[in-house]
Write a protein that binds this ligand. Structure first.
Ligand code: AFP
Length: 352
């Protein structure tokens, strides 16, 4: 790690964002929005830490969000805390998994912010890490939809908070990806790693294997080859994880590499997978690419996709660059599909 990066460990998020030595200070309004989100995350973390003592946070509200997911109590509370915090920042447009339409906060605001307020809701009551994901664009003078219906490469910042054994923030403002940890004593997010990197290769994949029968051939073949282990075409063993909390899977991949797959499958509602492009896949892809990883929809980079609907889903495959490229080849190279069975045994020629 560069001496400069080491020297900055321990800086608070406010100090880090105002530290011009990082080659161009982060614009003031972007810093203000990130600090506002960090304040809301601190309040969400305090609720999560109380668990059942905070009331049935994981209980259904009896309402569904626009995508048909049941809204848990904490989904709604987290959304309200984030919305309230952003009214103090220079935010013109606010989009959320929990809001049907884009909301206008401050007509003079400079930014457009999209959030998944509480990712991993099914894990709230089982004390497994959950999180908040955010994406920040410059507001477009062409209006609300133009501010979000654009390639993810135009994000000016993105991040997630993970509420786990410790609360952390993984953030990018376009100059690498940083890790901050919430100091419980001071209730401040402090820099723990100024240059997160995702290792290029790995022996770990994350997928919800219960959907095996619904997958399309390229993903089934990729997973079959991993499950074939040392005796199969890959010539080595693999490990599997599935937490059902995108931020927890992402944090593991930042920590030790891996490849995450939520692909398109044959189920009607999952023709484009389960994860939403604007406030889940695009911010995760920005963070991952800034740390040397890769993120695709199976074929194309996530950051090049242009949404046409606010809650649009996308297949999402991200993580260690070598592995993501291999999954991509299973989608693009005819030798990697099940129909090419005569070549089935020659796949082992592609060692990695
Ligand atoms: P919830 O927030 O509704 O629990 O969804 C979480 C999520 O969007 C993402 O965090 C997980 O990776 C994925 O869904 C888990 O999906 P499955 O429940 O289909 O495994």
């Amino acid at each position: 790690m560069e001496a400069l990066a080491v020297r900055r460990v321990g800086l608070t998020i406010d100090q880090f964002l105002s530290d011009g030595s990082r080659g161009g200070q982060v614009h003031l309004e972007v810093s203000e929005a990130i600090i506002a989100l960090a304040g809301a995350a601190g309040r969400i973390a305090a609720l999560v830490r109380k668990g059942p003592l905070a009331g049935a946070l994981g209980s259904d509200t009896g309402q569904n969000n626009v995508d048909g997911d049941v809204q848990k109590k904490l989904d709604v509370t987290a959304n309200e805390l984030i919305f309230d915090a952003l009214t103090e920042a220079s935010v013109r447009y606010f989009a959320s998994e929990e809001e049907e339409a884009i909301l206008t906060l401050d007509k003079k605001g400079k930014l457009a912010v999209a959030v998944d307020p509480l990712d991993g809701s099914s894990n709230i009551d089982v004390n497994i890490s959950i999180g908040t994901i955010f994406s920040i664009y410059r507001a477009s003078d062409d209006g609300a939809t133009a501010s979000f219906f654009r390639p993810g490469r135009e994000q000016v910042a993105a991040g997630y908070f993970v509420y786990g054994p410790h609360t952390a923030l993984v953030l990018t403002t376009g100059t690498g990806t940083q890790l901050f940890v919430l100091d419980p004593a001071e209730q401040k997010f402090k820099l723990a790693d100024a240059q997160l990197r995702i290792v290029p290769t790995t022996s770990e994949f994350a997928i919800n294997a219960s959907n095996y029968r619904h997958w399309l051939d390229p993903v089934r073949t990729f997973i079959d080859d991993c499950l074939g282990g040392a005796e199969g075409p890959r010539g080595r063993d693999f490990n599997m994880r599935w937490v059902a909390s995108l931020v927890a899977e992402t944090h593991r991949i930042f920590s030790r590499g891996g490849v995450f797959l939520y692909p398109a499958d044959k189920r009607g509602r999952y023709a484009n997978g389960r994860l939403r492009l604007i406030y889940e896949a695009a911010p995760i892809a920005f963070l991952v690419e800034q740390a040397g990883g890769a993120a695709i929809d199976g074929i194309d980079p996530i950051l090049e996709l242009v949404p046409s609907e606010l809650h649009q889903r996308t297949p999402l495959i991200f993580g260690s660059a070598d592995k993501v490229r291999r999954v991509q080849s299973y989608h693009t190279d005819p030798r990697f599909t099940r129909d090419a069975s005569p070549l089935f045994n020659t796949r082992g020629l592609f060692s990695a």
